[in-house]
Design a protein around this ligand. Structure first.
Ligand code: M6R
Length: 611
Protein backbone atom coordinates (compact mmCIF):
# COMPACT_ATOMS: atom_id res chain seq x y z
CA UNK A 1 0.00 0.00 0.00
CA UNK A 2 1.33 3.41 -0.99
CA UNK A 3 4.26 3.89 -3.31
CA UNK A 4 7.38 5.88 -2.70
CA UNK A 5 10.32 7.07 -4.72
CA UNK A 6 13.58 8.92 -4.15
CA UNK A 7 15.96 10.36 -6.74
CA UNK A 8 19.39 11.93 -6.58
CA UNK A 9 21.12 12.96 -9.80
CA UNK A 10 21.35 15.54 -12.54
CA UNK A 11 18.05 14.95 -14.30
CA UNK A 12 15.02 17.17 -13.68
CA UNK A 13 14.14 15.87 -10.22
CA UNK A 14 10.45 16.78 -10.07
CA UNK A 15 9.76 15.22 -13.45
CA UNK A 16 11.79 12.10 -12.60
CA UNK A 17 9.83 11.64 -9.39
CA UNK A 18 6.52 12.14 -11.17
CA UNK A 19 7.49 9.63 -13.88
CA UNK A 20 8.34 7.07 -11.21
CA UNK A 21 5.13 7.71 -9.28
CA UNK A 22 3.10 7.29 -12.47
CA UNK A 23 4.35 3.69 -12.63
CA UNK A 24 3.52 3.14 -8.97
CA UNK A 25 -0.05 4.39 -9.24
CA UNK A 26 -1.34 0.83 -8.91
CA UNK A 27 -0.23 1.03 -5.25
CA UNK A 28 -2.63 3.84 -4.37
CA UNK A 29 -4.11 6.99 -5.74
CA UNK A 30 -5.75 8.87 -2.88
CA UNK A 31 -3.17 11.68 -2.90
CA UNK A 32 0.36 12.34 -4.08
CA UNK A 33 3.25 14.60 -3.20
CA UNK A 34 6.93 15.32 -3.69
CA UNK A 35 9.62 17.13 -1.69
CA UNK A 36 12.73 18.69 -3.20
CA UNK A 37 15.89 19.55 -1.31
CA UNK A 38 17.36 22.53 -3.11
CA UNK A 39 20.16 23.55 -0.66
CA UNK A 40 18.26 26.57 0.65
CA UNK A 41 15.12 24.84 1.78
CA UNK A 42 12.87 21.87 1.44
CA UNK A 43 9.99 22.52 -0.97
CA UNK A 44 6.94 20.31 -0.65
CA UNK A 45 4.17 20.00 -3.25
CA UNK A 46 1.07 17.91 -2.61
CA UNK A 47 -2.32 17.27 -4.12
CA UNK A 48 -5.39 15.32 -3.15
CA UNK A 49 -6.62 12.60 -5.55
CA UNK A 50 -4.92 11.22 -8.60
CA UNK A 51 -1.38 11.99 -9.67
CA UNK A 52 -2.63 14.28 -12.45
CA UNK A 53 -3.65 16.77 -9.78
CA UNK A 54 -0.06 16.88 -8.54
CA UNK A 55 1.16 17.40 -12.13
CA UNK A 56 -1.00 20.52 -12.21
CA UNK A 57 0.33 21.83 -8.89
CA UNK A 58 3.92 21.35 -10.07
CA UNK A 59 3.31 22.97 -13.43
CA UNK A 60 2.22 26.10 -11.55
CA UNK A 61 5.55 26.17 -9.68
CA UNK A 62 7.95 25.46 -12.52
CA UNK A 63 10.59 28.00 -11.45
CA UNK A 64 10.62 26.60 -7.89
CA UNK A 65 11.32 23.03 -8.99
CA UNK A 66 14.28 23.70 -11.31
CA UNK A 67 17.27 23.90 -9.00
CA UNK A 68 17.11 20.72 -6.95
CA UNK A 69 19.12 17.57 -7.58
CA UNK A 70 17.54 15.44 -4.88
CA UNK A 71 13.95 14.66 -3.97
CA UNK A 72 11.42 12.14 -2.70
CA UNK A 73 7.85 11.39 -3.72
CA UNK A 74 4.82 9.44 -2.61
CA UNK A 75 1.52 8.14 -3.78
CA UNK A 76 -0.93 7.31 -0.99
CA UNK A 77 -3.55 4.70 -0.20
CA UNK A 78 -5.14 6.19 2.89
CA UNK A 79 -5.09 4.24 6.15
CA UNK A 80 -4.83 6.76 8.99
CA UNK A 81 -6.68 9.95 8.12
CA UNK A 82 -8.76 10.85 5.09
CA UNK A 83 -7.40 11.56 1.62
CA UNK A 84 -6.65 15.25 2.21
CA UNK A 85 -3.70 17.49 1.35
CA UNK A 86 -2.73 17.65 5.05
CA UNK A 87 -2.54 13.86 5.25
CA UNK A 88 -0.70 13.53 1.93
CA UNK A 89 3.02 12.74 2.14
CA UNK A 90 5.78 14.01 2.26
CA UNK A 91 5.56 15.11 5.89
CA UNK A 92 7.79 17.85 7.28
CA UNK A 93 9.35 18.42 10.69
CA UNK A 94 8.34 21.54 12.59
CA UNK A 95 11.54 23.37 11.60
CA UNK A 96 10.82 22.34 7.97
CA UNK A 97 14.30 20.83 7.61
CA UNK A 98 13.50 17.14 7.75
CA UNK A 99 11.06 15.48 5.39
CA UNK A 100 9.99 11.92 4.71
CA UNK A 101 7.67 9.62 2.81
CA UNK A 102 6.39 6.35 4.27
CA UNK A 103 4.83 3.09 3.19
CA UNK A 104 3.37 0.87 5.94
CA UNK A 105 1.70 1.41 9.28
CA UNK A 106 3.31 2.53 12.52
CA UNK A 107 1.34 0.58 15.08
CA UNK A 108 2.51 2.39 18.22
CA UNK A 109 1.95 5.83 16.71
CA UNK A 110 -0.67 6.96 19.22
CA UNK A 111 1.58 6.43 22.19
CA UNK A 112 4.53 8.08 20.38
CA UNK A 113 2.40 10.99 19.24
CA UNK A 114 1.15 11.67 22.76
CA UNK A 115 4.73 11.69 24.03
CA UNK A 116 5.98 13.95 21.24
CA UNK A 117 3.09 16.37 21.64
CA UNK A 118 3.91 16.65 25.33
CA UNK A 119 7.44 17.54 24.34
CA UNK A 120 6.14 20.37 22.16
CA UNK A 121 6.07 18.87 18.66
CA UNK A 122 3.13 20.16 16.65
CA UNK A 123 1.24 17.74 14.41
CA UNK A 124 -0.51 18.86 11.24
CA UNK A 125 -2.07 15.60 10.05
CA UNK A 126 -3.98 12.56 11.30
CA UNK A 127 -1.39 10.16 9.90
CA UNK A 128 0.71 7.64 11.76
CA UNK A 129 3.56 8.74 9.50
CA UNK A 130 3.93 12.21 10.97
CA UNK A 131 5.02 10.59 14.25
CA UNK A 132 8.12 9.27 12.51
CA UNK A 133 9.12 12.70 11.20
CA UNK A 134 8.99 14.29 14.64
CA UNK A 135 10.69 11.31 16.27
CA UNK A 136 13.61 11.38 13.82
CA UNK A 137 13.77 15.16 14.15
CA UNK A 138 13.94 14.83 17.93
CA UNK A 139 16.77 12.28 17.69
CA UNK A 140 18.57 14.42 15.08
CA UNK A 141 19.06 17.12 17.67
CA UNK A 142 21.26 14.80 19.76
CA UNK A 143 22.84 12.66 17.02
CA UNK A 144 25.87 13.27 14.84
CA UNK A 145 23.97 12.94 11.57
CA UNK A 146 20.74 11.92 9.87
CA UNK A 147 21.81 8.30 9.54
CA UNK A 148 22.23 7.91 13.29
CA UNK A 149 19.01 9.76 14.05
CA UNK A 150 17.10 7.45 11.72
CA UNK A 151 18.63 4.34 13.30
CA UNK A 152 17.76 5.55 16.79
CA UNK A 153 14.21 6.48 15.81
CA UNK A 154 13.23 3.42 13.79
CA UNK A 155 14.23 1.17 16.69
CA UNK A 156 11.33 2.77 18.58
CA UNK A 157 8.78 2.10 15.84
CA UNK A 158 6.47 -0.92 15.82
CA UNK A 159 4.68 -2.09 12.71
CA UNK A 160 5.70 -1.85 9.09
CA UNK A 161 7.64 0.82 7.32
CA UNK A 162 9.65 1.75 4.28
CA UNK A 163 10.94 5.32 4.51
CA UNK A 164 12.80 7.76 2.29
CA UNK A 165 14.16 10.60 4.42
CA UNK A 166 15.97 13.84 3.56
CA UNK A 167 17.41 16.64 5.67
CA UNK A 168 18.03 20.18 4.43
CA UNK A 169 21.46 20.23 6.09
CA UNK A 170 22.57 16.98 4.43
CA UNK A 171 21.51 17.62 0.84
CA UNK A 172 23.89 15.08 -0.66
CA UNK A 173 21.86 12.05 0.40
CA UNK A 174 18.57 10.28 0.94
CA UNK A 175 18.29 7.71 3.70
CA UNK A 176 16.13 4.67 2.99
CA UNK A 177 15.16 2.11 5.59
CA UNK A 178 12.66 -0.75 5.76
CA UNK A 179 10.85 -3.23 7.95
CA UNK A 180 8.02 -5.38 6.54
CA UNK A 181 7.50 -3.13 3.51
CA UNK A 182 9.28 -3.40 0.17
CA UNK A 183 12.10 -1.11 -0.94
CA UNK A 184 14.62 -1.28 -3.75
CA UNK A 185 17.57 0.89 -4.72
CA UNK A 186 18.02 1.58 -8.46
CA UNK A 187 21.66 2.02 -9.45
CA UNK A 188 22.25 4.46 -12.29
CA UNK A 189 25.17 6.21 -13.89
CA UNK A 190 25.83 9.32 -11.83
CA UNK A 191 22.34 9.00 -10.36
CA UNK A 192 20.52 6.68 -7.97
CA UNK A 193 16.92 5.87 -7.16
CA UNK A 194 14.94 4.43 -4.29
CA UNK A 195 11.51 2.94 -4.92
CA UNK A 196 8.81 0.68 -3.54
CA UNK A 197 8.85 -1.42 -6.67
CA UNK A 198 10.64 -1.99 -9.95
CA UNK A 199 8.14 -0.30 -12.31
CA UNK A 200 9.17 3.07 -10.81
CA UNK A 201 12.70 2.66 -12.21
CA UNK A 202 11.99 0.62 -15.34
CA UNK A 203 13.76 2.12 -18.31
CA UNK A 204 15.88 4.31 -16.01
CA UNK A 205 18.28 1.75 -14.53
CA UNK A 206 19.26 -1.83 -15.21
CA UNK A 207 20.66 -2.76 -11.82
CA UNK A 208 18.95 -2.84 -8.47
CA UNK A 209 19.54 -3.79 -4.86
CA UNK A 210 16.73 -5.26 -2.76
CA UNK A 211 16.81 -3.97 0.79
CA UNK A 212 15.89 -6.47 3.50
CA UNK A 213 14.13 -5.82 6.78
CA UNK A 214 16.30 -3.94 9.24
CA UNK A 215 18.56 -2.54 6.52
CA UNK A 216 19.26 1.11 5.90
CA UNK A 217 20.74 2.64 2.76
CA UNK A 218 22.62 5.91 2.46
CA UNK A 219 21.96 6.85 -1.12
CA UNK A 220 24.15 9.53 -2.71
CA UNK A 221 24.56 10.55 -6.33
CA UNK A 222 27.59 8.33 -6.87
CA UNK A 223 27.44 5.82 -4.06
CA UNK A 224 25.10 3.57 -2.11
CA UNK A 225 25.99 2.14 1.27
CA UNK A 226 23.78 -0.42 2.97
CA UNK A 227 24.05 -0.98 6.72
CA UNK A 228 22.27 -2.88 9.46
CA UNK A 229 20.68 -1.00 12.32
CA UNK A 230 23.90 -1.28 14.32
CA UNK A 231 25.70 0.70 11.63
CA UNK A 232 27.61 -2.30 10.19
CA UNK A 233 28.17 -2.26 6.44
CA UNK A 234 26.42 -5.02 4.47
CA UNK A 235 27.69 -6.34 1.18
CA UNK A 236 24.59 -6.47 -1.01
CA UNK A 237 24.03 -8.46 -4.15
CA UNK A 238 23.41 -6.31 -7.23
CA UNK A 239 20.67 -7.76 -9.42
CA UNK A 240 19.70 -7.16 -13.05
CA UNK A 241 16.09 -6.06 -13.65
CA UNK A 242 14.33 -8.93 -15.37
CA UNK A 243 11.49 -6.87 -16.93
CA UNK A 244 11.38 -4.96 -20.14
CA UNK A 245 9.80 -1.45 -20.00
CA UNK A 246 7.10 -2.54 -22.48
CA UNK A 247 5.38 -4.54 -19.74
CA UNK A 248 4.09 -1.27 -18.37
CA UNK A 249 2.71 0.05 -21.66
CA UNK A 250 -0.91 -0.45 -22.78
CA UNK A 251 0.27 -1.59 -26.23
CA UNK A 252 -2.70 0.07 -27.95
CA UNK A 253 -5.39 -1.28 -25.62
CA UNK A 254 -7.76 1.18 -23.96
CA UNK A 255 -6.91 -0.18 -20.52
CA UNK A 256 -4.25 -2.37 -18.95
CA UNK A 257 -7.01 -4.71 -17.81
CA UNK A 258 -8.06 -5.46 -21.38
CA UNK A 259 -4.44 -5.92 -22.42
CA UNK A 260 -3.85 -8.30 -19.53
CA UNK A 261 -7.02 -10.30 -20.29
CA UNK A 262 -5.74 -10.76 -23.82
CA UNK A 263 -2.31 -11.90 -22.65
CA UNK A 264 -3.75 -14.99 -20.97
CA UNK A 265 -3.49 -17.55 -23.79
CA UNK A 266 0.22 -16.78 -24.26
CA UNK A 267 0.86 -17.10 -20.52
CA UNK A 268 -0.87 -20.49 -20.32
CA UNK A 269 1.00 -21.66 -23.43
CA UNK A 270 4.29 -20.76 -21.72
CA UNK A 271 3.25 -22.59 -18.54
CA UNK A 272 2.22 -25.68 -20.48
CA UNK A 273 5.49 -25.70 -22.43
CA UNK A 274 7.57 -25.41 -19.29
CA UNK A 275 5.78 -28.00 -17.18
CA UNK A 276 3.91 -30.40 -19.42
CA UNK A 277 5.98 -30.86 -22.55
CA UNK A 278 8.01 -33.82 -21.21
CA UNK A 279 6.55 -37.18 -20.41
CA UNK A 280 6.78 -36.62 -16.64
CA UNK A 281 5.57 -33.30 -15.24
CA UNK A 282 8.45 -30.88 -14.82
CA UNK A 283 8.50 -28.88 -11.60
CA UNK A 284 10.21 -25.90 -13.20
CA UNK A 285 13.25 -23.71 -12.96
CA UNK A 286 13.37 -23.63 -9.14
CA UNK A 287 13.74 -27.12 -7.65
CA UNK A 288 10.99 -28.75 -5.57
CA UNK A 289 12.69 -29.18 -2.22
CA UNK A 290 9.61 -30.41 -0.38
CA UNK A 291 9.59 -33.67 1.50
CA UNK A 292 6.46 -35.06 -0.13
CA UNK A 293 6.44 -38.27 1.93
CA UNK A 294 5.82 -36.30 5.08
CA UNK A 295 2.75 -34.41 3.89
CA UNK A 296 -0.52 -35.57 5.44
CA UNK A 297 -2.62 -32.48 4.80
CA UNK A 298 -2.46 -29.29 2.77
CA UNK A 299 -3.48 -25.77 3.78
CA UNK A 300 -3.79 -23.09 1.15
CA UNK A 301 -4.03 -19.53 2.43
CA UNK A 302 -4.55 -16.39 0.38
CA UNK A 303 -6.69 -13.27 -0.04
CA UNK A 304 -9.15 -11.96 -2.63
CA UNK A 305 -8.65 -13.37 -6.09
CA UNK A 306 -5.78 -15.57 -4.91
CA UNK A 307 -8.16 -17.13 -2.38
CA UNK A 308 -10.49 -18.06 -5.22
CA UNK A 309 -7.58 -19.77 -6.94
CA UNK A 310 -7.01 -21.72 -3.72
CA UNK A 311 -10.67 -22.86 -3.73
CA UNK A 312 -10.26 -24.12 -7.29
CA UNK A 313 -7.21 -26.13 -6.22
CA UNK A 314 -9.03 -27.60 -3.23
CA UNK A 315 -11.62 -29.14 -5.52
CA UNK A 316 -9.05 -30.72 -7.78
CA UNK A 317 -6.43 -31.73 -5.25
CA UNK A 318 -8.65 -33.54 -2.75
CA UNK A 319 -9.78 -35.69 -5.65
CA UNK A 320 -6.35 -36.16 -7.22
CA UNK A 321 -4.26 -36.50 -4.04
CA UNK A 322 -6.75 -38.09 -1.67
CA UNK A 323 -5.65 -36.02 1.30
CA UNK A 324 -7.43 -33.17 3.15
CA UNK A 325 -6.95 -29.74 1.60
CA UNK A 326 -7.93 -26.82 3.79
CA UNK A 327 -8.50 -23.37 2.26
CA UNK A 328 -8.90 -20.18 4.25
CA UNK A 329 -8.63 -16.41 3.95
CA UNK A 330 -5.27 -15.41 5.41
CA UNK A 331 -6.91 -12.70 7.50
CA UNK A 332 -9.02 -15.36 9.25
CA UNK A 333 -6.34 -18.03 9.53
CA UNK A 334 -4.02 -15.81 11.51
CA UNK A 335 -6.47 -15.32 14.38
CA UNK A 336 -7.68 -18.92 14.63
CA UNK A 337 -6.29 -21.80 16.60
CA UNK A 338 -5.42 -24.12 13.74
CA UNK A 339 -3.97 -27.56 13.25
CA UNK A 340 -1.06 -26.66 11.03
CA UNK A 341 1.82 -28.98 11.88
CA UNK A 342 5.05 -30.32 10.49
CA UNK A 343 2.96 -32.74 8.42
CA UNK A 344 1.26 -29.84 6.68
CA UNK A 345 2.18 -28.54 3.28
CA UNK A 346 1.29 -24.88 3.72
CA UNK A 347 0.80 -22.94 0.51
CA UNK A 348 0.68 -19.14 0.47
CA UNK A 349 -0.65 -17.69 -2.77
CA UNK A 350 -0.05 -14.04 -3.46
CA UNK A 351 0.22 -12.36 -6.83
CA UNK A 352 2.11 -9.41 -5.39
CA UNK A 353 3.95 -11.31 -2.68
CA UNK A 354 3.42 -8.29 -0.44
CA UNK A 355 -0.03 -8.99 1.05
CA UNK A 356 0.43 -8.51 4.78
CA UNK A 357 -2.25 -11.01 5.87
CA UNK A 358 -0.80 -13.76 3.72
CA UNK A 359 2.75 -13.05 4.85
CA UNK A 360 1.69 -13.20 8.51
CA UNK A 361 -0.11 -16.50 7.93
CA UNK A 362 2.94 -17.97 6.23
CA UNK A 363 5.20 -16.85 9.09
CA UNK A 364 2.87 -18.48 11.63
CA UNK A 365 2.77 -21.75 9.70
CA UNK A 366 6.55 -21.74 9.40
CA UNK A 367 6.84 -21.40 13.16
CA UNK A 368 4.66 -24.50 13.49
CA UNK A 369 7.10 -26.47 11.36
CA UNK A 370 4.98 -26.76 8.21
CA UNK A 371 6.70 -27.04 4.86
CA UNK A 372 6.06 -23.77 3.04
CA UNK A 373 5.36 -23.39 -0.64
CA UNK A 374 4.89 -19.92 -2.09
CA UNK A 375 3.06 -19.28 -5.35
CA UNK A 376 3.69 -15.71 -6.46
CA UNK A 377 4.03 -13.53 -9.51
CA UNK A 378 6.92 -11.64 -7.93
CA UNK A 379 10.02 -13.69 -7.26
CA UNK A 380 11.58 -10.60 -5.67
CA UNK A 381 8.74 -10.03 -3.18
CA UNK A 382 8.75 -10.18 0.61
CA UNK A 383 6.78 -13.44 0.90
CA UNK A 384 9.41 -15.38 -1.02
CA UNK A 385 11.88 -15.39 1.82
CA UNK A 386 9.58 -17.56 3.94
CA UNK A 387 9.19 -20.28 1.32
CA UNK A 388 10.97 -23.62 1.43
CA UNK A 389 9.94 -23.79 -2.16
CA UNK A 390 8.82 -21.02 -4.51
CA UNK A 391 6.77 -21.38 -7.66
CA UNK A 392 6.88 -18.27 -9.87
CA UNK A 393 3.66 -17.57 -11.76
CA UNK A 394 5.42 -15.96 -14.69
CA UNK A 395 2.36 -13.92 -15.67
CA UNK A 396 4.46 -10.76 -16.09
CA UNK A 397 3.82 -7.49 -14.27
CA UNK A 398 0.10 -6.93 -13.80
CA UNK A 399 -0.67 -3.22 -13.79
CA UNK A 400 -4.45 -3.21 -13.59
CA UNK A 401 -5.53 -3.28 -9.95
CA UNK A 402 -8.11 -5.95 -10.77
CA UNK A 403 -6.29 -9.25 -11.10
CA UNK A 404 -6.95 -11.12 -14.35
CA UNK A 405 -3.93 -12.78 -15.94
CA UNK A 406 -2.40 -13.55 -12.57
CA UNK A 407 -5.59 -15.42 -11.57
CA UNK A 408 -5.56 -17.53 -14.71
CA UNK A 409 -1.86 -18.22 -14.23
CA UNK A 410 -2.56 -19.23 -10.61
CA UNK A 411 -5.25 -21.68 -11.78
CA UNK A 412 -2.92 -23.16 -14.38
CA UNK A 413 -0.05 -23.40 -11.88
CA UNK A 414 -2.24 -25.09 -9.27
CA UNK A 415 -3.43 -27.45 -11.98
CA UNK A 416 0.02 -28.65 -13.04
CA UNK A 417 1.28 -28.69 -9.43
CA UNK A 418 -1.67 -30.91 -8.46
CA UNK A 419 -0.83 -33.23 -11.35
CA UNK A 420 2.83 -33.24 -10.31
CA UNK A 421 1.97 -34.26 -6.73
CA UNK A 422 -0.51 -36.86 -8.03
CA UNK A 423 2.14 -38.29 -10.32
CA UNK A 424 4.64 -38.49 -7.45
CA UNK A 425 2.07 -40.12 -5.17
CA UNK A 426 0.66 -42.28 -7.99
CA UNK A 427 -2.73 -41.29 -6.65
CA UNK A 428 -4.29 -41.11 -10.11
CA UNK A 429 -3.92 -43.50 -13.02
CA UNK A 430 -1.48 -42.84 -15.85
CA UNK A 431 -4.44 -42.72 -18.18
CA UNK A 432 -6.27 -40.05 -16.21
CA UNK A 433 -3.07 -38.08 -15.87
CA UNK A 434 -2.55 -38.09 -19.63
CA UNK A 435 -6.11 -36.88 -20.25
CA UNK A 436 -5.79 -34.07 -17.72
CA UNK A 437 -2.46 -32.95 -19.17
CA UNK A 438 -4.03 -32.89 -22.61
CA UNK A 439 -6.95 -30.80 -21.33
CA UNK A 440 -4.62 -28.10 -20.03
CA UNK A 441 -2.54 -28.19 -23.21
CA UNK A 442 -5.61 -27.45 -25.31
CA UNK A 443 -6.68 -24.46 -23.23
CA UNK A 444 -4.73 -21.58 -24.86
CA UNK A 445 -6.39 -22.12 -28.26
CA UNK A 446 -9.81 -22.25 -26.58
CA UNK A 447 -9.07 -19.04 -24.70
CA UNK A 448 -8.16 -17.39 -27.99
CA UNK A 449 -11.51 -18.47 -29.40
CA UNK A 450 -13.32 -16.62 -26.60
CA UNK A 451 -11.14 -13.53 -26.94
CA UNK A 452 -11.55 -13.36 -30.70
CA UNK A 453 -15.27 -12.69 -30.30
CA UNK A 454 -16.35 -10.76 -27.25
CA UNK A 455 -19.56 -9.40 -28.79
CA UNK A 456 -21.85 -11.40 -26.50
CA UNK A 457 -20.03 -10.16 -23.38
CA UNK A 458 -20.10 -6.58 -24.70
CA UNK A 459 -23.83 -6.69 -25.46
CA UNK A 460 -24.65 -8.18 -22.09
CA UNK A 461 -22.44 -5.61 -20.38
CA UNK A 462 -24.57 -2.83 -21.87
CA UNK A 463 -27.65 -4.40 -20.30
CA UNK A 464 -26.00 -4.89 -16.90
CA UNK A 465 -25.30 -1.18 -16.59
CA UNK A 466 -28.96 -0.62 -15.69
CA UNK A 467 -28.85 -2.93 -12.66
CA UNK A 468 -27.54 -2.06 -9.24
CA UNK A 469 -27.47 -5.63 -7.84
CA UNK A 470 -26.63 -9.03 -9.23
CA UNK A 471 -26.24 -12.57 -7.97
CA UNK A 472 -23.62 -15.07 -9.19
CA UNK A 473 -24.05 -18.78 -8.50
CA UNK A 474 -21.79 -21.78 -8.96
CA UNK A 475 -21.23 -25.23 -7.49
CA UNK A 476 -18.22 -27.39 -6.80
CA UNK A 477 -15.19 -26.24 -8.71
CA UNK A 478 -17.24 -23.36 -10.13
CA UNK A 479 -18.11 -21.78 -6.82
CA UNK A 480 -14.68 -20.14 -7.10
CA UNK A 481 -15.60 -18.97 -10.61
CA UNK A 482 -18.79 -17.37 -9.30
CA UNK A 483 -16.96 -15.66 -6.43
CA UNK A 484 -14.24 -14.39 -8.73
CA UNK A 485 -16.74 -13.21 -11.36
CA UNK A 486 -18.67 -11.27 -8.72
CA UNK A 487 -15.50 -9.81 -7.21
CA UNK A 488 -14.32 -8.64 -10.62
CA UNK A 489 -17.62 -6.99 -11.42
CA UNK A 490 -18.02 -5.23 -8.09
CA UNK A 491 -14.47 -4.00 -7.79
CA UNK A 492 -14.38 -2.24 -11.14
CA UNK A 493 -18.02 -1.37 -11.89
CA UNK A 494 -19.22 -0.78 -8.27
CA UNK A 495 -22.36 -2.80 -9.03
CA UNK A 496 -23.25 -4.86 -5.99
CA UNK A 497 -22.58 -8.47 -6.99
CA UNK A 498 -22.86 -11.32 -4.51
CA UNK A 499 -21.81 -14.88 -5.18
CA UNK A 500 -23.43 -17.90 -3.57
CA UNK A 501 -22.97 -21.63 -3.65
CA UNK A 502 -25.92 -22.44 -5.91
CA UNK A 503 -27.26 -24.97 -3.41
CA UNK A 504 -27.37 -22.28 -0.75
CA UNK A 505 -29.59 -19.98 -2.80
CA UNK A 506 -32.77 -21.66 -1.55
CA UNK A 507 -31.65 -21.29 2.06
CA UNK A 508 -32.12 -17.53 2.10
CA UNK A 509 -30.68 -15.48 -0.76
CA UNK A 510 -33.53 -16.57 -3.04
CA UNK A 511 -35.63 -14.01 -1.17
CA UNK A 512 -33.69 -11.35 -3.07
CA UNK A 513 -34.71 -12.57 -6.51
CA UNK A 514 -37.11 -10.71 -8.75
CA UNK A 515 -37.02 -9.09 -12.18
CA UNK A 516 -34.50 -6.50 -10.92
CA UNK A 517 -31.94 -9.04 -9.70
CA UNK A 518 -30.28 -10.94 -12.55
CA UNK A 519 -28.61 -14.24 -11.74
CA UNK A 520 -25.37 -15.19 -13.47
CA UNK A 521 -25.00 -18.96 -13.32
CA UNK A 522 -21.71 -20.69 -14.01
CA UNK A 523 -22.65 -24.07 -15.42
CA UNK A 524 -19.57 -26.20 -15.82
CA UNK A 525 -19.80 -29.66 -17.34
CA UNK A 526 -19.75 -32.69 -15.05
CA UNK A 527 -21.37 -33.68 -11.78
CA UNK A 528 -22.87 -30.30 -10.89
CA UNK A 529 -24.46 -29.47 -14.24
CA UNK A 530 -27.92 -31.01 -13.68
CA UNK A 531 -28.23 -29.47 -10.19
CA UNK A 532 -27.20 -26.07 -11.55
CA UNK A 533 -29.96 -26.30 -14.15
CA UNK A 534 -32.46 -26.89 -11.31
CA UNK A 535 -31.14 -23.84 -9.46
CA UNK A 536 -31.54 -21.75 -12.61
CA UNK A 537 -35.14 -22.97 -12.95
CA UNK A 538 -35.75 -21.86 -9.36
CA UNK A 539 -34.37 -18.40 -10.16
CA UNK A 540 -36.40 -18.18 -13.37
CA UNK A 541 -39.57 -19.05 -11.42
CA UNK A 542 -38.92 -15.93 -9.30
CA UNK A 543 -38.83 -13.76 -12.47
CA UNK A 544 -35.09 -13.22 -12.30
CA UNK A 545 -33.26 -12.84 -15.59
CA UNK A 546 -30.91 -15.83 -15.79
CA UNK A 547 -27.60 -15.51 -17.57
CA UNK A 548 -25.57 -18.66 -18.16
CA UNK A 549 -21.86 -19.11 -18.68
CA UNK A 550 -21.51 -22.60 -20.10
CA UNK A 551 -19.81 -24.71 -22.79
CA UNK A 552 -21.12 -24.53 -26.32
CA UNK A 553 -23.56 -27.31 -27.27
CA UNK A 554 -24.56 -28.00 -23.69
CA UNK A 555 -27.86 -29.77 -23.34
CA UNK A 556 -30.19 -26.98 -22.18
CA UNK A 557 -33.93 -26.31 -22.29
CA UNK A 558 -34.95 -23.59 -24.70
CA UNK A 559 -36.02 -20.38 -23.02
CA UNK A 560 -34.42 -21.10 -19.65
CA UNK A 561 -31.66 -18.56 -20.14
CA UNK A 562 -32.12 -14.94 -21.09
CA UNK A 563 -28.52 -14.72 -22.27
CA UNK A 564 -25.68 -17.20 -22.68
CA UNK A 565 -21.93 -16.61 -22.69
CA UNK A 566 -20.41 -19.67 -24.26
CA UNK A 567 -17.01 -21.24 -23.86
CA UNK A 568 -15.61 -23.87 -26.22
CA UNK A 569 -16.25 -27.42 -25.05
CA UNK A 570 -13.94 -28.63 -22.37
CA UNK A 571 -13.90 -30.88 -19.32
CA UNK A 572 -15.02 -30.12 -15.77
CA UNK A 573 -11.51 -29.44 -14.46
CA UNK A 574 -10.46 -26.84 -17.04
CA UNK A 575 -13.84 -25.16 -17.61
CA UNK A 576 -13.24 -22.57 -14.82
CA UNK A 577 -10.25 -21.20 -16.73
CA UNK A 578 -12.46 -20.53 -19.76
CA UNK A 579 -15.54 -19.34 -17.87
CA UNK A 580 -13.31 -16.93 -16.05
CA UNK A 581 -12.36 -15.18 -19.29
CA UNK A 582 -16.01 -14.57 -20.17
CA UNK A 583 -16.59 -13.24 -16.64
CA UNK A 584 -13.55 -10.95 -16.87
CA UNK A 585 -14.76 -9.57 -20.22
CA UNK A 586 -18.22 -9.04 -18.81
CA UNK A 587 -16.87 -7.13 -15.81
CA UNK A 588 -14.49 -5.11 -17.98
CA UNK A 589 -17.08 -4.04 -20.57
CA UNK A 590 -19.68 -3.25 -17.90
CA UNK A 591 -17.26 -1.03 -15.99
CA UNK A 592 -16.10 0.64 -19.19
CA UNK A 593 -19.69 1.25 -20.32
CA UNK A 594 -20.33 2.91 -16.96
CA UNK A 595 -17.29 5.14 -17.52
CA UNK A 596 -15.40 3.78 -14.51
CA UNK A 597 -11.66 4.13 -14.09
CA UNK A 598 -11.16 0.50 -14.91
CA UNK A 599 -7.45 0.16 -14.08
CA UNK A 600 -7.65 2.14 -10.85
CA UNK A 601 -10.95 1.45 -9.13
CA UNK A 602 -11.84 3.64 -6.19
CA UNK A 603 -10.65 2.70 -2.68
CA UNK A 604 -8.42 -0.13 -3.90
CA UNK A 605 -4.71 -0.70 -4.35
CA UNK A 606 -2.81 -3.48 -6.01
CA UNK A 607 -0.82 -4.69 -3.04
CA UNK A 608 -2.36 -4.58 0.40
CA UNK A 609 0.57 -4.35 2.77
CA UNK A 610 -1.52 -3.73 5.89
CA UNK A 611 -3.45 -6.30 7.94
O1 M6R B 1 -1.26 -9.87 -4.28
P1 M6R B 1 -2.27 -10.80 -3.71
O2 M6R B 1 -2.62 -11.92 -4.63
O3 M6R B 1 -1.87 -11.32 -2.36
O4 M6R B 1 -3.57 -9.94 -3.52
C1 M6R B 1 -4.71 -10.43 -2.91
C2 M6R B 1 -5.89 -9.50 -3.13
O5 M6R B 1 -5.65 -8.27 -2.54
C3 M6R B 1 -6.19 -9.31 -4.61
O6 M6R B 1 -6.38 -10.52 -5.26
C4 M6R B 1 -7.44 -8.43 -4.78
O7 M6R B 1 -8.56 -9.15 -4.36
C5 M6R B 1 -7.57 -7.93 -6.21
N1 M6R B 1 -8.10 -6.60 -6.18
C6 M6R B 1 -8.44 -8.75 -7.05
O8 M6R B 1 -8.71 -8.21 -8.29
Amino acid sequence: MCGLIGYIGNNAVAQTLLDGLKNLEYRGYDSAGIALNDNNEIDVFKAKGKLNNLFEVISNHQNQVQSSHVGIGHIRWATHGKATVENAHPHLSNDKKLVLVHNGIIENYQELRARLEKEGFVFHSQTDTETAVHLIDKEYKTCANLEQAVIKAVKQLEGAFAFCIMHKDEPDKIIAVRKNAPLIIGLGDNENFIASDIPAVLGKVQKIIHLNDGELAIVKQNSVEVKDLNGNLINKEIEEIGFNPEVISKAGYKHFMLKEINEQPAIIRKIVQEHLSDEAIVWGKLPCTLNLEKIQNISIIACGTSLHAAMFAQNLWEDWLQIPVHVEAASEYIYRKNITSENTLFIGISQSGETADTITAVKQAKEKGAQILILTNREDSSIVRYGDCVVPLQAGIEVSVAATKSYTAQLAALYWMGLYFAEQKTSISANQLAVLKQNLTELPAKMEEILSNSTAAQNLAQKLTSYSDLVYIGRGINLASALEGALKLKEISYINANAYAAGELKHGPIALLDENMPVIAILGPGVTFAKMISNCEEAKARNAKVIAVLPLHSDIKEGLFDTCLFTPQTDETTFPMLANIQLQLLAYYTADALGREVDQPRNLAKSVTVE
